[in-house]
Design a protein around this ligand. Structure first.
Ligand code: ADP
Ligand code: MG
Length: 605
């Protein structure tokens, strides 16, 4: 057994590099953090071969004093904290003082820097070991760090690198995160001499990251997103701001989810869970929303020193944070949030089809208000108010249009009046703006869902006994579930009991659902109880259960509706919170304005 000995510094850094410098993207992340900590207003990132060959990051920040340059590359040397107190209230992105040392130990690094008042710049070089002497160099105020041949001296690690394209994609992601965290800083990214990102700084935007978000997440997302801005926390002030994508804008992956805590990009279980819950009512389980959210919190209430990559955090009061975030986002999504401009996008001929969805109109509905709900009084506010305003403006314009349009003067009914039913699937309605298309099943489903939720929450599920029970063939599992969970079924407003050894009889159902396909409804409920467990269907799984109930209770396609029934549905949609989306996150209605229609027919006015 060899004797114990202290490891050389370079080897310690190489070991640490295993955690901090996983791949080129980690180098990009650390160097970007340093540039932002240095107060840069413009940052240029230049990559070659996915960052494997070369990473160069230039900033116009405060720079490093010539005499400190060698210290910057030393392990555990930092200018950002000095005491334990500082550590407990970190405001900078870096604080561990190990990134540059780690990177220098596994690459050929060159750093040139200049402080504003310095006579000239200074440079230093390290090649997989301790740095050489500091030498005079030419550079404007700020710093350039160049990292070449990553892992040139640790071939085992080099083997873990993926293709150039993959490594580049990870690097690009880091630049996007940094750019979303600070829209007041300009960023550019070049790869193999090609400009990939060019983002000007938005100082005039007064703290509103909208334009930066649009540049990075795309126009389609930006069109759908809703502003979030909520403050709270009492003694420990909290603020959540940013934008949450409409549920109609969903993705198969989580790639458009960005959460920043005090400017730091994080992946945190508490926050992710709160967000998933806020969307769970509105989006099908295998789809993912997009959002860019900024949580500002007292640095003492969050521990960022959990992992060397600093991507995980720990909240002192995670329950309070969870609630706060959940409520802020739920509020924004249910249309109660501050004004969002009504999108001007017109339906146009596109590759996808002949119409574009209008997701922002989706939630342009009054929020459900418990106090007024029974009266069915719609209170215009938020997006809804904007929608009503544009409907009114259209009415004024309509004064010169033919009779049919002028007759729609009732601005209490923004969805207008039914004209006809199309193929038993859609309702065509006329409102002041033009034509409204409603997916009748999806819309009814949404209305039922909200009503069921309200009655279940109030333990006031009204039951309707059936004159003639609905009998259906059931398999052994369904039979057993019905017998074992009679009580749960009761609580939900059902009476389902064995009728014969192979059939079940539905004798009572929630009054709201009495018009639906009762056998299918009962089967769906039994399936959910079995799948999620009797107690969970009324607690955690309540929303899934209500979706099942609403889906089976809603009018089926191909059922002919009378004019009166169609208008009643439109009125209920106007009163129901979130009626822009059915429970699976599909939109329930579209608006096509007269102008949109004119465009379709290339008809000038
Ligand atoms: P940390 O960021 O945790 O302090 P680093 O190893 O990343 O540790 O950097 C060490 C020190 O070098 C920093 O504390 C800072 O003083 C200095 N430094 C690094 N990069 C820059 C930069 N781009 N501009 C100014 N100073 C820098
Ligand atoms: Mg750092």
């Amino acid at each position: 057994m060899p004797s114990i000995r202290a490891l050389p510094d370079t080897l310690i850094s190489q070991i640490a590099a295993g955690e901090v410098v996983e791949r080129p993207a980690s180098v990009v992340k650390e160097l970007l953090e340093n540039a932002l900590d240095a107060g840069a207003q413009a940052i240029e990132v230049t990559l070659e071969q996915g960052g494997i060959k070369r990473i160069r990051i230039n900033d116009d920040g405060g720079g490093i004093a010539s005499e400190d340059l060698h210290l910057a590359l030393a392990r555990h040397a930092t200018s950002k904290i000095a005491t334990l107190d500082d550590l407990e209230a970190v405001r900078s992105l870096g604080f561990r003082g190990e990134a540059l040392a780690s990177i220098a130990s596994v690459s050929r690094m060159n750093m040139v820097s200049r402080q504003a008042q310095a006579q000239h710049a200074s440079g230093i070089t390290a090649e997989g070991g301790p740095p050489g002497a500091t030498e005079p160099a030419a550079h404007a105020t700020g710093t350039t760090v160049e990292v070449a041949d990553l892992y040139f001296n640790t071939p085992a690690r080099r083997k873990f690198l993926k293709s150039e394209a993959t490594e580049f994609a990870h690097c690009e992601d880091m630049v996007k995160r940094a750019a979303l965290s600070r829209h007041d800083v300009a960023f550019s990214l070049r790869h193999n001499n090609r400009v990939v990102l060019h983002l000007p700084r938005h100082v005039e935007a007064e703290g509103d990251p909208r334009r930066r978000i649009e540049a990075i997440l795309g126009a389609e997302f930006a069109q759908s997103m809703r502003p979030v801005d909520e403050s709270g926390g009492g003694d420990n002030p909290l603020r959540l701001s940013g934008y949450a994508g409409a549920p109609s804008f969903s993705r198969s992956g989580r790639d458009l989810q960005f959460v920043f805590v005090n400017g730091r990009f994080v992946r945190d279980k508490v926050l992710t869970h709160a967000l998933r819950q806020a969307y769970s009512d509105l989006m099908h389980g295998d789809r993912h929303p997009g959002y860019v959210l900024y949580l500002a919190i007292d640095p003492r209430a969050v521990d960022v020193n959990v992992h060397p990559s600093k991507i995980e955090v720990r909240f002192r009061d995670s329950r309070a944070i969870h609630q706060f975030v959940y409520h802020a986002v739920t509020k924004a999504l249910s249309g109660n949030a501050a004004q969002t401009p009504v999108p001007s996008a017109a339906p146009m001929l596109s590759d996808a089809g002949w119409m574009q969805p209008r997701p922002s109109y989706g939630n342009a509905m009054p929020a459900y208000q418990p106090g007024l709900g029974g009266l069915g009084v719609a209170q215009p506010r938020g997006e809804y108010a904007a929608f009503v305003a544009s409907a009114r403006a259209a009415q004024t314009a309509a004064a010169v249009l033919p009779q049919a349009v002028q007759s729609v003067q009732d601005d209490a009914h923004p969805l207008g009046y039914a004209l006809a039913q199309l193929h038993g699937i859609y309702i065509l309605a006329q409102n002041a703006l033009g034509l409204v298309l409603v997916d009748m099943h999806a819309a009814h489903e949404r209305i039922l869902y909200e009503k069921l939720k309200t009655s279940l929450d109030a333990s006031a599920m009204q039951t309707q006994k059936l004159l003639v029970p609905a009998i259906f063939n059931a398999d052994k599992l369904d039979m057993a579930t019905a017998e074992e969970h009679a009580e749960t079924l009761h609580a939900l407003g059902f009476d389902v009991a064995p009728f014969s050894p192979t059939t079940l009889a539905v004798r009572a159902v929630p009054a709201l659902l009495a018009g639906g396909d009762l056998a299918a409804l009962a089967r769906g409920i039994l399936h959910d109880i079995r799948e999620f467990g009797a107690s969970r269907v009324i607690t955690e799984r309540q929303n899934e259960l209500l979706s099942t109930m609403a889906c089976h209770g809603a009018v089926r396609a191909h059922r002919a509706l009378t004019q009166q029934e169609m208008n009643a549905l439109l009125r209920e949609m106007e009163e129901t919170e979130r009626s822009g989306q059915c429970n699976h996150g599909r939109p329930t209605w579209y608006q096509m304005s007269l102008t949109d229609l004119d465009k379709l027919f290339l008809r000038g006015r």
